[in-house]
Design a binder for this molecule. Structure first.
Ligand SMILES: NC(=O)c1ccc[n+]([C@@H]2O[C@H](COP(=O)([O-])OP(=O)(O)OC[C@H]3O[C@@H](n4cnc5c(N)ncnc54)[C@H](O)[C@@H]3O)[C@@H](O)[C@H]2O)c1
Length: 353
């Protein structure tokens, strides 16, 4: 397609018409209306699919994603369903020749993430994930510092996604069967992916994890609405240590609810032999010319990370860019997540083969 003038818009379909579809995917495609048309939406709830199509003036709606993919003449899909259904929808779409942006986490386990990556390879189509933090100005600024060797060898890092009382009171985030877990797989995954991306996605060697369910299974203050505490089946806190084959290590701290001061901390800290960094906001720590120095960024480009994420996906589908989040990284990430849960369950460190 390179060099060929495309006269039609990219036709996309939305699978799942819930929070992330209506809050992020649809609005960001609409911003790109000159090059993208949302051709169809689908949701297992036909009522929700119909309401969504009417609200955003989308011509077609379906209750079955297979029917939508087979009949709506679409070239790309957004997978916005609970984690349990990511793999099935993604693989079907890829086999049908669609590019896919699938919400995070990649899947519910590493086997599924591998099958998704294989399907993308076989189909020769884009499979990228909704890791919007990677697109943030902060992460891209730190990435440029790393590429210019300002941090040196990054041998230690910390990924933090901790809320004081932030158990989601909507959706299915507290349902282990549908989501695969709680704070690790839902919010920890964002900071872990960001850390791994900045470290160049090293190969994991060993993982030690520990999960807790101390606050989510009883009634309490909910800063993100009233959650279903009676059916709370996931961890409200998950912690871990990941050691990589190159000797580097990450300490991970995640919580939907914990007795801490701040309502929410989302942070990545990197420690290299030439410099260290906190990412949110950008701060670099170095020793230079006999002094310890801190670098701040009074100016940082200010572009919305979701806008950048969707621009990049659409440009990828139109052969004008390459995706920033790759299927094989999804496999490594999911390997680590599986190992964190396994380690907590068995009480032993898990060696990754
Ligand atoms: N990037 C982010 O920060 C972010 C934020 C929120 C959610 N998410 C992810 O987005 C996904 C969806 O979350 P949400 O908050 O929109 O959930 P939600 O519960 O609001 O919406 C999910 C929708 O999918 C529909 N659905 C379920 N199974 C389906 C199927 N097989 N086919 C078609 N539709 C189906 C449901 O009826 C519902 O309308 C999850 O994977 C979640 O982890 C990502």
């Amino acid at each position: 397609m390179i060099g060929v003038l495309r006269l039609t818009k990219l036709k996309v379909g939305i699978i799942g018409c819930g929070g992330i579809a209506q809050g992020v995917h649809i609005p960001n495609y609409l911003k790109l209306h000159k090059t993208v048309e949302i051709a169809a939406v689908c949701d297992v709830s036909m009522e929700r699919a119909k309401a969504c199509s009417e609200k955003y003036h989308i011509k077609k709606y379906f209750s079955d994603f297979k029917e939508m993919i087979d009949n709506a003449d679409i070239e790309a899909v957004s997978v916005c369903v609970p984690n349990k259904f990511h793999a099935e929808a993604t693989i079907y779409a890829l086999h049908a020749g669609c590019h896919v942006i699938c919400e995070k986490p990649p899947a519910i386990n590493v086997q599924e993430a591998k099958e998704m990556a294989n399907a993308a390879k076989t189909a020769g189509k884009i499979l990228t994930y909704g890791f919007h933090y990677r697109h943030s100005n902060e992460v891209q600024a730190i990435k440029r510092f790393i590429e210019n060797n300002e941090l040196g060898d990054i041998y230690a890092a910390k990924s933090v996604a901790v809320r004081r009382r932030g158990i989601p009171g909507w959706g299915v985030f507290t349902n282990k069967e549908l989501q695969g877990g709680g704070s690790i797989i839902d919010i920890g995954v964002h900071m872990l992916d960001t850390t791994l991306y900045l470290m160049g996605y090293p190969e994991p060697d060993m993982v030690l994890g520990k999960t807790y369910q101390k606050l989510g299974n009883r009634k309490g203050v909910g800063l993100m609405g009233e959650w279903d505490w009676e059916n709370f089946s996931v961890e409200d806190m998950g912690r871990g240590m990941i050691i990589f084959k190159n000797g580097a290590s990450i300490i991970l701290e995640t919580a939907f609810a914990a007795n801490v001061q701040k309502d929410e901390t989302m942070q990545v800290s990197l420690m290299g032999d030439k410099g260290g960094a906190d990412v949110f906001p950008v701060q670099i720590y170095q020793e230079k010319h006999g002094s310890l120095i801190d670098i701040h960024t009074p100016y940082l480009e200010d572009k919305d990370y979701y806008e950048l994420e969707f621009e990049r996906f659409v440009n990828g589908c139109l052969n004008k860019d390459t995706p920033i989040s790759k299927p094989e990284e999804g496999v490594i990430l999911q390997q680590i997540i599986d190992a964190l849960y396994e380690s907590s369950y068995t009480g032993e460190a898990v060696k990754i083969k």
